[in-house]
Each structure stands twice: as C-alpha cells, then as structure tokens.
Design a protein around this ligand. Sequence first.
Ligand SMILES: [Ca+2]
Ligand SMILES: [Ca+2]
Ligand SMILES: [Ca+2]
Length: 181
Amino acid sequence: MATGTIARKSDHWFKLVDVNGDGRIQKSDLQALGERTLSHFGYDKTSAKGRRLVEAYERAWVVMVEAIDTDKDQEISKEEFRAYMEGNADKQNADALLRPITDAEFAAADVDDDGLLSPSEFAELLRAWGLSGTDAEQGAANIDTNRDGLISSEEYFKACRDFFVVDNLDSRVGKVFGQVK
Ligand SMILES: [Ca+2]
Ligand SMILES: [Ca+2]
Ligand SMILES: [Ca+2]
C-alpha cells in the first residue's frame, strides 16, 4: 500500500520532534525541543522569552495527550500521530496545539523584537529545530513567498499548519521543514 502524503509528512515531523529518537514522543522530547531553541539563541530558561517557550511546550503537551494519545499511556506513537494527522478532523485543535509553539519559537528567534524575521534569522530557527544548513536555507526561501525579505509570525504559523493540512508534497510548504522522503 502506498504511503499517503500526509502520512509521509507526519513521519517527517515526528522524527524532528522525537528528540531522544526512541520512536515515541514524550513530554521530555517537547522539553528538549524548547531547550534546544533557547540554547541556540542564547536565552536562559528563566528569561521572559525562555519562560514563554517552556510554558508553550507544556501547554502543547497537554493538548497533544488529550487529542493524539489515544491509549493514554503518556506517549505518542508514530501510529497515533499519523492517525491524528490523517483524520485531521479538528482543525481548531491543530491551531490550539501549534499556535502557542510557533509564536513562542518565533519570539525567541526575533532577536531585535521588531515582530519580524529576516530569512537568515528564520533559517536559524529552523536550525534550532534540527534542520541542516541547506534545508534551513531552502525552508526560509520557501516561506518568504512575496520575497520581501521578511517573515511574520502569522506566515510561520500558517506554514506549520499547511505543512500538515495541504495534501501536496510539491507545494512550498512541503519543503519548509526539509525535504520529506
Ligand atoms: Ca521520544
Ligand atoms: Ca500513546
Ligand atoms: Ca526581527
């Protein structure tokens, strides 16, 4: 059976989020993701941006267990994640899950606090997500659709959401987080 586009994107994302690489997403994976961004940009966990990011991931974990962890073992398996993404019935839920994270990650990457990221600042954020330099630069180029050289938090959030809901690997959003295999 051919693996569908959403399933492939879902597996690609899963691998980025499963920081300890044990094939399941735990609360500690989300904590590690947040900490990686903070150390990448040089913030302390107790700073305003640090606390915001830590809290965003804590809230996201609660939403994830509620919405995705069907067997309630406090771990999200690849199958549970795929089922959620393929069902994708509750778009509001996806928004509730993603928005706090993308906003807090964006704020951490917005070093000069002007509310916008340049493609090179955005590429740094993608590197913090664990992407290679080339993938990060390609992702940044793909997200800046009007080529005005600036990325807003709204554009970042929409790219993340579209990554899951747009059923097309050739679209630019399919490349924001590196080439999906
Ligand atoms: Ca894990
Ligand atoms: Ca589970
Ligand atoms: Ca900025």
